[in-house]
Design a protein around this ligand. Sequence first.
Ligand code: HEM
Length: 124
Amino acid sequence: MTTFYEEVGGEAFFTELVSHFYALVATNEILRPMYPESDMKGAAKRLLMFMEQYWGGPSTYSEERGHPRLRMRHAGFHIDIAARDAWLSCMNEALSGMEIDQIHRTQLEGYFEMAAHSMVNQES
Ligand code: HEM
C-alpha cells in the first residue's frame, strides 16, 4: 500500500511546495512580519517536516518537535481572517504551480482550507 506522500512524489514534492510557499510569504505584507526574520529557513524546515509526517512520510517532525499541537503553537500569533486568507492564498498559489493530479490536488486544497480555518484565534 502506498502513502499519499509517496503518490505525489515524496520529499521532492513537499520540498518544492514549501519552498514556493515561503517565497510568497516573504513578500506578503500581512505574513512577513509574523515570521522570524533570521530563521525563515528554520520555519520552512518545520513546515516541511510537519507536512511530510502528516501525509505519511517520515516522522521527523515529532522526533524533533514532539506532538504537533498546531493550534497551541500558533496561539502566540495574531491570526485573524485576513491572516488566514493570506496564508491560504500563498499556499494555494504555491500548489497551483506544482505538477500533481487532480485527485491529490483536491485533497491538499481541502486539507489546507480546513487546517487554516482551525488556526484562526482572533476576530480581527
Ligand atoms: C492560518 C494562517 C497561519 C498563519 C498566519 C501561520 C503562521 C505561522 C507562524 C508565524 C509560524 C512560526 C514560524 C516558525 O516555525 O518559526 C508558524 C509555524 C508553523 N505553522 Fe503556521 N500559520 C498558519 C497556518 C498553518 C497551517 C494551516 C498549518 C498546517 C497545515 C501550519 C503549520 C505550521 C507548522 C508545522 C509550524 C511550525 C510549528 C513548530 O514546530 O514550532 N500553519 N505558523
